[in-house]
Design a protein around this ligand. Structure first.
Ligand code: UFG
Length: 331
């Protein structure tokens, strides 16, 4: 199978590309390096390009005889999307439409799309299944849900075969901490908490302690990036075995551990990993956040035989610590 990964030099995209290459797939990472890093990928698989460059996209899809597109490229910060929605509608929706049209023109009929748990209406307890109510709370989540809908409509009208993967909170250092998160600016909780023991910040700000959760801080499902990558491998392989696999032509999967942790629990677990106190400052809520997002990933387990290797938050944070300690300024 020949795979094109948009955003393949990013945190999740590169983790998936590296696993695919290890397993012998032909992989091309299509990335403009606006947020991604050449160093996150082995030599030779990067194609530098913009998603709004229709002619380059078409050329690459045809000339590399691509069978499957994995669509990772997107703007991903919930808070930023509230401040700058136009960026999100342009980068996420307009560019995805460009990609889908280029795929149709080049007769590429399989797509794996990186969606998000943020599309769901939050629930007070328990975990979310793929059939639960949708209520995107931020422009970011709206764009992701709109792209899901575009893909479903294209599937219905043009026979596009798809896997939509709804990620919960991707985190951790990949390959034991050899690779990791390097966002600029960083907005994600675990890398920001780790900046305290690195001496790069004095405290971690906690965005709200008045949520409807046991300790009042938001609960999320933190999934290790290599487990997330493994789910992609299984999803892409299910395209080939459609007749025998339980996956349908179009399937949606949650990817998460099924365990929720609050912001305060993440901070405490990090203190254990780094062996020191992390000062906290309570701040106002961040726009676009929701109380609780925890995955019900039974479908992924049952249909694709997926099982996370990391089921303990401390072990996940230890791999992130390994990465940030050895790369305090990113790549
Ligand atoms: N948080 C803080 N302080 C910080 C940073 C984050 O308290 O300095 C809190 C947030 O308010 C949130 C939690 O930590 O409650 C996690 O925040 P992240 O920014 O790390 O992650 P999000 O849950 O906002 O979003 C991430 C991805 C999205 C994805 C979502 C799915 O960035 O792309 O997970 O759950 F959609």
């Amino acid at each position: 199978m020949r795979i094109l990964a948009t955003g393949g030099a990013g945190y999740v995209g590169s983790a998936v590309c590296r696993q695919l290459l290890k397993r012998g797939y032909e992989v091309f990472a299509y990335d403009n390096l606006g947020k991604g890093f050449r160093q996150a990928l082995p030599d030779g698989c990067l194609i530098e390009g913009d998603l709004d460059d229709y002619s380059l996209l078409s050329k690459v899809l045809r000339e590399r005889r691509i069978d499957v597109v994995m669509h990772f490229a997107a703007s991903i910060a919930v808070g930023e999307s509230v401040e700058q929605p136009r960026l999100y509608y342009r980068n996420n929706i307009a560019n995805s439409l460009n990609l889908l049209e280029a795929m149709l023109d080049a007769d590429v009929k399989r797509i794996l799309f990186s969606s998000t748990a943020a599309v769901y209406a939050p629930i007070a307890e328990g975990s979310l299944s793929e059939n639960d109510a949708i209520a995107p709370a931020s422009p970011y989540a709206v764009t992701k849900h709109t792209i899901e809908q575009m893909i479903r409509d294209f599937s219905h009208a043009y026979g596009l075969n798809y896997r939509i993967l709804r990620y919960f909170n991707a985190c951790g250092g990949s390959n034991g901490g050899q690779y990791g998160e390097a966002h600029d600016p960083e907005t994600h909780l675990i890398p920001l908490v780790l900046q305290v023991p690195l001496g790069q910040r004095e405290f971690i700000g906690v965005f709200g302690d008045d949520y409807n959760t046991p300790d009042g801080t938001c609960v999320r499902d933190y999934i290790h990036v290599d487990d997330l990558a493994d789910a992609h491998i299984r999803a892409v392989e299910s395209f080939d075995t459609n007749e025998t696999s339980k996956a349908k032509a179009g399937s949606i999967y949650n990817i998460g551990t099924g365990t929720g942790n609050s912001v305060l629990e993440v901070i405490r677990a990090t203190e254990e990993v780094v062996g020191g106190k992390i000062p906290i400052k309570m701040l106002n809520r961040r726009a676009g956040d929701t109380d609780r997002l925890v995955a019900g990933a039974e479908r992924l387990r049952k249909e694709l035989g997926w099982k996370p290797k990391y089921d303990n938050l401390r072990d996940v944070i230890a791999t992130a610590w390994q990465w940030h300690k050895s790369h305090p300024n990113g790549y």
